[in-house]
Design a binder for this molecule. Structure first.
Ligand code: GUN
Length: 288
């Protein structure tokens, strides 16, 4: 039986610690950190994520402004809004919820957010800094995954890790973080030849491809730590489910993350941490 790592519990604990830290900011710095979240359109999943970010901000004591724009906003208008927020000294973090409508270039949006306010860690300069082991804002989901493994007492150093998925948001950065923790890392994807043979080598298996119950018991070795980043709708029940067939895989794994309640809450928790970090870096650079 696997130990289930509750991202919900760990994130609640970490948010409590951050709330205590932020409570001292008004006296020390004159104000609390300010996160601006931009939501374009009304995709239900995005609305739910953005609501979660606002709730977490409230818990931690971070000021949250959520700006909603219609699906029809032009790329130029959105870039202009970001530029205004970049030059607004009362704003510490800017997040544009993805995905965006097809007429707006996500790459342009990400590049336009000032590196110093990029709480997602998606800006090319933050990505480059991560791969060069320089100080940077680390993407929230990968950062949360490493925290969960450490909290579960999993030694990463010396382990064989397999990441299924190669996105800029999760697969690639989590592979880099595992490498930095001295794991030996294989990056696979849904079209990897003999994928099950590859994943059975994994002592740590991270799955981020967005396919319901893609990872079955035959793909997992006995005692593996399994991290499920997937958030999907089960085609049969319509309920939320991960990329891992939890019922099948859980008996083989040493630790496993559930969906919901696993990686998701940790992502939001790390967003709070990144917002505080951006706020403190700004204060430090100004010598306050
Ligand atoms: N959409 C899904 N996950 C994320 C995230 O972590 N950040 C942003 N900006 N959009 C997302």
């Amino acid at each position: 039986m696997a130990k289930i790592i509750s991202g919900k519990e760990l994130s609640a604990k970490l948010k409590e610690e951050m709330a205590a830290q932020v409570a001292g900011f008004p006296e020390k710095y004159g104000r609390v950190p300010h996160l601006v979240v931009i939501l374009v359109g009304d995709n239900p999943a995005s609305v739910s994520y953005v609501t979660g970010k606002a709730k977490a901000s409230e818990t931690v004591g971070i000021r949250n402004t959520t700006i909603r724009k219609p699906e029809t906003i032009s790329e130029a208008e959105l870039l202009e809004l970001i530029s205004e927020l970049n030059s607004d000294d009362t704003v510490d973090g800017i997040l544009v919820q993805l995905p965006l409508p097809r007429h707006i270039s996500e790459a342009k949006v990400i590049e336009t957010i000032a590196k110093e306010k990029d709480v997602d860690g998606f800006h090319p300069l933050n990505v480059a800094a991560l791969w060069q082991r320089q100080p940077c804002t680390v993407a929230c989901t990968p950062k949360g995954i490493i925290k969960m493994l450490k909290e579960a007492g999993i030694e990463i150093s010396g382990k064989r890790a397999v990441v299924i998925g190669r996105s800029n948001i999760v697969g690639l950065p989590v592979a880099k973080l595992l490498l930095d923790e001295n794991a030996t890392v294989t990056i696979a994807h849904s079209r990897t030849a003999n994928l099950a043979e590859v994943t059975r080598q994994a002592e740590i298996l991270v799955v981020a491809i967005g396919r319901p119950r893609f990872v079955t018991a035959d793909m997992v070795s006995e005692g593996a730590a399994v991290i499920d980043v997937g958030v999907n709708r089960d085609p049969e029940t319509g309920k939320l489910c991960g990329d891992v067939d939890f019922a099948e895989v859980e008996p083989k794994a040493s630790v496993i993350t559930p969906v919901p309640g696993g990686v998701g809450p940790m992502t939001i928790c790390c967003l709070m941490e990144n917002t505080i970090q951006c706020f403190l870096s700004k204060k430090l650079s100004k010598g306050e």
